[in-house]
Ligand binder design. Structure first.
Ligand code: B12
Length: 214
């Protein structure tokens, strides 16, 4: 089993787009926990990101590593969804990656785990304008707004959206959770979010806590 965890990491660090889907399928079919499989891919792409940050790897490497995740994740997401509850009864979550930011993978993981846990998830996608978050919260009467930001330059968009909720008189109607690699608890507190989640599974736990479930 741990062999598969290593192989999942290797397909990312070797930029092995061609075998990504097959390795993910084999891993799931041989009984690897899909959440652990997702964590292995996440660890590996962070490694690639760190090397990019240090100048040891370049943008095309980042693009290829993310292509590996794009091939492997649908297989893993399908397994997570199958293992979860489908009745979508726990509450409604509007989720998206903030304006100016096109990172989709982490946000997608949070959305999948929420769905599997039994939430109705309205995924607005990436590069979501503040007004579109506000519109969705209002029209869907959402219980939770979950925002992802992966760039230090886009993290402040989360604050703008929270201010927008206040200006529109919606702030008291919805719980706000933020996440993404540059975000931490201190930042979440400073922008007036209700909560922060460091990982997708933690995000689900925190949202349940916020809504008084379990
Ligand atoms: C893959 C990747 C890309 C891909 C994205 C493909 C895609 N479809 O998403 C591509 C190649 C397109 C890309 C582009 C860029 N990227 Co980029 N990218 C990454 C990389 C390597 C991995 C991100 C990822 O997918 N991780 C895997 C997922 C699963 O992890 P995650 O997103 O962190 O999510 C987890 C948690 O954070 C959390 N989470 C995430 N969101 C939320 C939300 C909520 C509510 C909760 C509770 C939890 C939560 O749960 C997730 C799972 O546990 C990171 C490195 C890193 N350390 O993050 C750089 C990184 C984020 N990118 C970076 C940069 C600089 C860029 C570019 C500006 C590069 C350029 N010069 O063009 C562009 C920006 C484009 C834009 N406007 O958005 C920098 C950001 C630096 C900074 N501090 O601002 C990083 C940190 C790399 C680095 N070390 O320099 N990137």
């Amino acid at each position: 089993m741990s062999d598969y965890i290593q192989r999942l990491k290797d397909i990312v660090t070797d930029f092995d787009i061609d075998n990504a889907q097959a390795v993910a399928k084999e891993a799931i079919e041989s009984g690897v926990d899909p959440v652990a499989a997702a964590a292995a891919l996440t660890d590996a792409i962070r490694q690639v990101g760190d090397a990019f940050g240090k100048g040891d790897l370049f943008l095309p490497d980042l693009v290829c590593a993310s292509e590996v995740l794009k091939k492997a994740f649908p297989v893993i997401n399908e397994a997570i969804e199958k293992s979860g509850r489908k009745q979508a009864s726990l509450g409604k979550v509007v989720i998206g990656t903030v304006f100016g930011d096109i990172h989709s993978i982490g946000k997608g993981m949070v959305a999948t785990l929420l769905y599997a846990a039994g939430f109705k998830v309205i995924d607005l996608g990436i590069n979501v304008k503040g007004d579109d978050f506000l519109k969705a919260v209002k029209e869907e009467n959402a219980d939770v707004l979950a925002m992802s930001a992966l760039l230090t330059t886009t993290a402040m968009e989360q604050k703008k959206v929270i201010q927008g909720l206040k200006d529109a008189g919606l702030r008291d109607r919805v719980k706000v959770i933020v996440g993404g690699s540059p975000i931490n608890q201190e930042f979440a507190d400073s922008i007036g979010a209700d909560a922060y989640g460091a990982t997708a599974p933690e995000g689900v736990k925190v949202i349940k806590r916020l809504l008084g479930i379990e």
